[in-house]
Design a protein around this ligand. Structure first.
Ligand code: GLU
Length: 446
């Protein structure tokens, strides 16, 4: 049974780059009939905040991602302690007493000598007496995982055959001297405990994978399947950061960007499929394939998002927006034809209110030419109105007044809607109805 996880640390709001990882996991799970775990990597108790965790959950749900399970690492320390003990018992986790300063000086010397700045495992050579002496000096140990010096191979879902020489890496610190865990071990322990079958994450984690495969193998015998996707960058090639804010999911929602536009942009950018509007996550999921993600850059233009969002709206059928319309107070027998009339003119969803106001509430008409509007009023047909009423009516006005083009249509639009431009009047007129149309043509608010 396929099981994936999205594992943000709740130290800020998630942005569109994080959404890319979340969608890749979610769509992968859906495609394989599997489940999706939201795991909060909140072992850093100082920087992690409950309000961020909650906001991340809200953002995910708003984008259509409903986790099957939510876990918090801060509630799972007992598991990490047990795993650390197991590694100690196996001799794979060893105490080190170097200070950050000492390590730094050592690194600089290595670089000066032209040697790779890899940890020299000096602590591994300490005798019991030396260790006791360090402890007596009041030094606290941090703990490193002893890597086996072998080539770590994996078949990456995105990058294909991949390998890293574990011998070229420093033994990673798993536990800080204050006893807190770095990301590496808890992530593996949880992936094992939760039965994660596929780890899909950004390519900034590739090096971690070599280390983590050794941890998986030591603790569980086998490792899950990995996929590392390229990271979204801005058009100028800059990475996204939780602190940059403007491309946060919350910020985009406030700007009226459609969640499906975020989904399409986040998943299709930097892949062999062109970015295009979609009507559902299911549609996106059917065409989704991690092997379509390219290894090159995944640059996107922020300005594309607004256009894609508008195009997304233009293609949404009524059934998929009726609830949102009802929340905006747009319901009843007119709602469906209203949506058909206005969707092509929307930049953001909230613009529906403006047009609902025009067809359903009171507006102040703009009368450019009183005599012309009076003539048009005299020719206004009786109801019922349909999609042909407009052309019949304007045909009659044209015949009567000899006007055509803008001179014919513009004053009518101003009178009927109070606006310079907007959706097709052929579709709006039946929604406005005869009573309002007549009042507006005679200059009355209606
Ligand atoms: N908390 C890590 C991150 O946000 C998770 C990495 C992973 O997926 O293993 O980068």
């Amino acid at each position: 049974m396929t099981r994936v996880r999205f594992a943000p640390s709740p130290t800020g709001r998630i942005h569109i780059g994080n959404a890319r990882t979340a969608f890749f996991n979610f769509l992968f799970a859906k495609k394989n009939g599997g489940s999706f775990v939201l795991r909060f990597d909140d072992t850093d108790l100082e920087r992690s905040k409950e309000e961020y965790a909650q906001a991340i959950e809200v953002d995910l749900r708003w984008m259509g991602i409903d986790p099957d399970l939510i876990v918090r690492q801060s509630q799972r320390f007992a598991l990490y302690d047990a795993a650390a003990q197991k590694l100690k018992d196996l001799g794979r986790l060893y105490p080190c007493y170097e200070t950050a300063d000492e390590l730094d000086r050592r690194r600089k010397r290595q670089i000066a000598r032209g040697v790779p700045p890899v940890y020299d495992r000096a602590a591994l050579k300490l005798t019991d007496d030396e260790r006791a002496a360090m402890a007596a000096q009041g030094r606290k140990a941090h703990w490193r995982f002893r890597l086996e010096e072998r080539t770590m191979h994996w078949n990456d879902l995105v990058r294909g055959e991949s390998h890293i020489e574990a011998g070229s890496l420093s033994d990673p610190v798993l536990i800080r001297e204050d006893g807190t865990y770095l990301y590496t071990l808890p992530s593996v322990v949880d992936d094992i405990d939760l039965g994660i079958t596929h780890v899909i994450r950004g390519e900034d984690h590739v090096t971690n994978t070599a280390v983590q495969i050794q941890l998986f193998e030591t603790l569980a015998g086998t490792a899950p399947i990995f996929g590392h996707h390229n990271l979204l960058t801005t058009a100028s090639g800059e990475g996204l950061s939780k602190r940059s804010g403007s491309l946060s999911i919350g910020g985009l929602r406030d700007a009226g960007i459609e969640p499906l536009a975020i989904a399409a942009l986040a998943t299709l950018t930097g892949s062999s499929d062109a970015v295009h509007p979609v009507t559902s996550l299911q549609e996106l999921g059917e065409a989704f394939d991690l092997s379509h993600v390219s290894r090159g850059a995944a640059r996107f233009d922020e300005n594309e998002l607004a256009t894609l969002s508008a195009r997304t709206l233009h293609g949404l059928p009524f059934a998929l927006v009726s609830e949102r319309l009802a929340e905006a107070g747009i319901a009843g027998p007119k709602a469906e034809s209203f949506w058909a009339a206005v969707r092509g003119n929307l930049e953001t969803f909230i613009d529906v209110r403006v047009w609902w106001h025009v067809v359903d509430q009171t507006i102040d008409p703009v009368i450019e030419d009183t005599d012309f509007c009076a003539e048009a009023l005299a020719l206004l047909p009786d109801e019922p109105y349909d999609a042909q009423t407009w052309s019949r009516w304007t045909g009659a006005i044209k015949e009567k007044t000899g006007r055509k083009g803008k001179a014919l249509f513009h004053p009518l639009r101003l009178a009927l809607t109070g606006k310079e431009s907007g959706p097709e009047l052929a579709q709006l007129l039946p929604l406005i109805g005869k009573i309002k149309a007549a009042a507006r043509l005679s200059g009355q608010s209606s």
